[in-house]
Design a protein around this ligand. Sequence first.
Ligand code: HEM
Length: 551
Amino acid sequence: MWKMLCAVKKTGPGLARLPQLSCAAQQAHQRRTGFSSATEEQLKELIDENAPERTDTEWLNAQDYSAIPGPSKYKFFRDFLPGGEFYNINYIDMHKKLHGRYGDIFLLKGMFGRPDTLFTYNADDFEVVYRNEGIWPIRVALMSFDYYRKVKRVDFFKGRSGLVTEHGRSWGDMRNKVNPVMMKSASIRGDLPEIDKITLRFVERLETLRDPITGLLKNDFHIELKKWAFESVTYIALNKRLNMSSENANKEAAVLAQNLADCFNLSFLYDMRPSVWKYFETPGFKKLMRAYNSITEITYKYVLEAMHRFESEGKTEAKSVLEKLLLIDTHYAMLMSIDSLTSGMDTTASTFITTLYHIARNPEKQRALRRELMQIMPDPQTPLTVENTKNMPYLRACIKEAQRITPIAPGNLRTLPKDVVLSGYRIPRGTSVHLGNMTLCNSEQFYPRYKEFIPERWLKSGESACPELRSSNPFIYAPFGFGPRTCVGKRIAEMEMETLMARLVRLYKISWASPDEMQYVSNLILAPKAPVKFRFMPIEEEDCAIGSFSV
Ligand code: HEM
């Protein structure tokens, strides 16, 4: 079986050998339209521009699109320049200002080849958008990534460019194939023993960095945690331990980590802020292209290496995520590995810190969590297994509640395939809509006592469960997105976060070591702002009484 797969090395796309540039015509097209022509074709399949306009009463009675409030193009652009209202401003604060200025629905007009984006904070609109998204929902984000894969490196990606950037049938085919591997807990938990080992190693390292008197760490916790997230996601994506934090670090680990960080930071500049890259490739944009290239090359090399390893080991059964994906389709496996690396590190690290922060600031909840963990791990060294991790409802509830308060993706994006009415306005098909989940998840209307960290909202049974504190509207709480296009790495992220949280809370009493609340910076996602300071003190006997919950 693996022998057959290794044949790809001879027949498949030889990334390192192929020329780097695509044709100038394609690049010029991309600059004119804002999308690669391949994406345009895919969108045409989904958004029927020639379909007749609606003539029903709801549509006719609605106000025209042009009446939607929002800044003019000129004003919005000027706001980003030095001295402007949004110059160097946090993305969340910018949205708060716009929301305050224009109300629950407003329009940011497209510029520099980017389409209009409509922002809504009206829960009824969320339902309309999701009910009309169809079987192949459209999320046009990361256009630089689209450009890299479908224009710059069309030689390598050959029209099948990965979940993040594909649309329509092509996206649907890949998603259908990878879902059974990626979205099923039972499937990804084959990697749990190794993730647990990575986590135990991380906890050992933390102990060496911890001052035994103060409980504070010598190093920046966020940086250390990103290394853990990197080690975990590279193991899942490449089936290889890169040992980032150890003396035996793989020589490519630092290069890969640096390029992933560059992608995250630069893509924010070029995909989320007004930028001229579609007309002129700035040095920063070229650096972003080089970073994408390096990640692709390193991934390609390791996935091939994994295929050879599986073959030489003579395995008859696929256990890990990568092995399972390789058995389905080698190209999809490669794409999934790249997408996992680019999407799975900062997201998981930021969500984990957010959860730890709330647990640290709520000692009662922390004790309740520890009681649950003591049942699963009476001995702190007990290995975490598929069986014993099934029963951790309070831990899962803590992560869910932290994601309600601060979802690191504070909103979700969809491009409408049909004409719809939102908040009483006619919205034409093809419009990109941003749904402001975080704002609604932090409102008394949907989440009573929304400022409090109450994991019990999410418990399904048990004395302390309070489902009445949870919104019954299924469209509002969506930290991993919604529907068929929901985050494909959700189960992996949950497994990683649960493993580390279980290990840390079982060993330490954790508190927040700063008088100030944790702040966030927003680039592509919300990330904790330095300094991230926790105090870790070994637990005492009274923290260990046993109790139970169920969800
Ligand atoms: C706590 C960590 C994470 C959060 C909060 C998160 C959040 C999200 C969100 C909000 C989306 C958009 C979903 C939508 O459009 O409805 C998404 C998409 C995606 N995520 Fe995650 N993510 C996380 C971790 C991961 C991990 C670990 C991986 C990979 C192993 C991953 C891979 C992806 C991919 C490939 C997509 C695109 C899916 C598609 O369009 O079909 N994510 N994620």
